[in-house]
Design a protein. Structure first.
Length: 244
């Protein structure tokens, strides 16, 4: 059936491409891609050659109408470089416009780094809040963290290796020293998930920025251990000094 097909692709291990995703890519008249080199590698893996057209943050507004116009009589697949399109990736406006034009919209679900990381961390999963990438600049990042400090849910965010330690430190400051996990290179050779308090993780990565792709998972408020008696004494002394 003609229309728009949102196709999730692997976040590392090419074996994670589902048979249904492969079938849709094979049947596609056109594949809208972020980076044609990345998608070409995936297509080679399944022995498929289909026309690709770039669809990324910089050209999306210009090319969207043309893509939507083709969905009436052609199978248009949307992929991103990795994982589920639309999740910290372009695509939502394409879906919006495809719907507005009355086209069929189908999703082919599959890998998503945020969800995969949460399954590794061992933190509560009943309520979660996805933050995507926090701002890179310290002040904007602190403001973004403050905005979510009172949300009673596990937080999920994407981060890069060089910024990880500073990000964990800012999270500890803004949220309190909660339990957290750093998931790295999911589904790849060096997959790992390190858990601990935000400050212990910040210490760990301070002078050893990790390589590869990273998801940070932060437990909800109240997960942190209760303050020790010595902390309480110190807090009391501190409070007394402030009394008039
Ligand atoms: N659409 C993708 C998804 O569904 O997960 C996310 C795209 S976003 C531009 C890329 C970020 O996702 C990376 O910077 C990293 O934070 C995270 N990521 C992607 N692949 C990953 C992997 N294999 N392991 C850990 N994190 C990953």
């Amino acid at each position: 059936t003609p229309g728009l097909y949102i196709v999730a692709t692997p976040i590392g291990n090419l074996g994670d491409l589902s048979p249904r995703a492969a079938a849709v890519l094979e049947a596609a008249d056109l594949i809208a891609v972020e980076d044609s080199r990345v998608t070409a590698k995936l297509l080679r893996h399944i022995g498929v050659k289909r026309p690709m057209t770039p669809y990324h943050d910089h050209n999306a507004d210009a090319v969207r109408p043309g893509l939507v116009a083709q969905m009436g009589d052609r199978v248009v697949a949307l992929v991103s470089d990795a994982g589920t399109p639309l999740i910290s990736d372009p695509g939502y406006k394409l879906v919006r416009d495809a719907r507005a034009a009355g086209h069929t919209v189908v999703t082919i679900p599959g890998p998503c780094a945020a969800i995969a990381a949460m399954t590794l961390a061992g933190l509560p999963t009943d309520r979660f809040f996805f933050l995507g990438f926090l701002p890179a600049k310290a002040q904007a990042r602190a403001a973004a963290i403050e905005e979510v400090a009172n949300i009673r849910a596990t937080l999920i965010l994407y981060e890069s290796g060089p910024r990880l330690a500073a990000c964990l430190r800012a999270l500890a400051e803004g949220l309190g020293d909660r339990e957290a996990g750093v998931a790295r290179e999911i589904s790849k050779k060096f997959e790992e998930c390190v858990t601990g308090t935000l400050s212990s993780l910040a210490d760990r990565y301070e002078n050893a920025p990790p390589k590869g792709e990273i998801v940070v998972i932060v437990g909800p408020p109240g997960e942190a251990p209760p303050p020790s008696e010595t902390d309480a004494d110190a807090a009391l002394r501190e409070a007394l000094t402030r009394l008039p």
